[in-house]
Design a protein around this ligand. Structure first.
Ligand code: HEM
Length: 171
């Protein structure tokens, strides 16, 4: 498995140029215009393929059927972002890192829980909006000066600990 090479999607860092907080979604460098591709798209796509919370244990509240499977009240199941986010019904070429797919409001067109890096329902992550703003800010700040490259071609193995992380982080 290859790591997302999202640095390829970013224009070269405009050194010394401060990107205003309200323009963080759009780095539009005159030499490398990528106006349609926003940092938000890059982050949404990264969390699609590499959801920081890769699965959430749930307790069934009401007896029902999920697909062909009857489930009883009190039973447990795993709502697994890692699997659901790679469903070809909602994401064409699901294993390909393609931030452009989030253009044209894909997020609004998806069925509920086709994409849920922050969970959903009554217990949805309370830090969701803050986390998105923070991640976009950090990526925009770093991208002004630095580009990430791998030190080797060694594939990065995801490690499914409580949160998803690389087994041997090497940048
Ligand atoms: C990329 C960053 C983050 C991800 C992917 C994430 C993901 C999640 C997920 C999947 C849940 C479980 C939701 C559910 O049960 O349906 C959750 C819950 C929660 N998150 Fe986050 N989170 C992030 C950042 C944050 C931040 C920055 C804060 C606080 C500032 C935060 C605070 C919380 C809290 C308090 C809950 C528990 C909500 C409840 O049970 O009522 N999270 N988060």
């Amino acid at each position: 498995m290859k790591s997302p090479t999202n640095y390829q999607h970013l224009p070269p860092g405009p050194k010394g140029q401060l990107i205003g907080l309200f323009k963080l979604n759009q780095i539009n460098h005159p030499l490398h215009p990528l106006p349609a591709l926003t940092l938000t798209c890059i982050i949404l796509e990264t969390m699609r393929l590499y959801p920081p919370v890769w699965a959430m244990p749930q307790t069934i509240a009401t007896e029902c059927k999920i697909g062909a499977y009857p489930v009883k009240r009190g039973h447990g199941l795993l709502a697994c972002q890692w699997i659901v986010h790679r469903d070809a019904r909602w994401f064409s070429n699901p294993d390909t890192f393609n931030p452009e797919r989030w253009d044209n409001d894909l997020a609004k067109r998806l069925p509920s829980f086709a994409y849920f890096p922050f969970g959903g329902g009554t217990r949805v992550c309370v830090g969701k909006a803050f986390a998105m703003m923070e991640t976009v800010s950090v990526l925009a700040t770093i991208a002004q000066t630095y580009r990430f490259t791998l030190v080797s071609e060694q594939p990065i193995q995801p490690w499914a600990s409580l949160t998803l992380r690389p087994q041997q982080p090497k940048l």
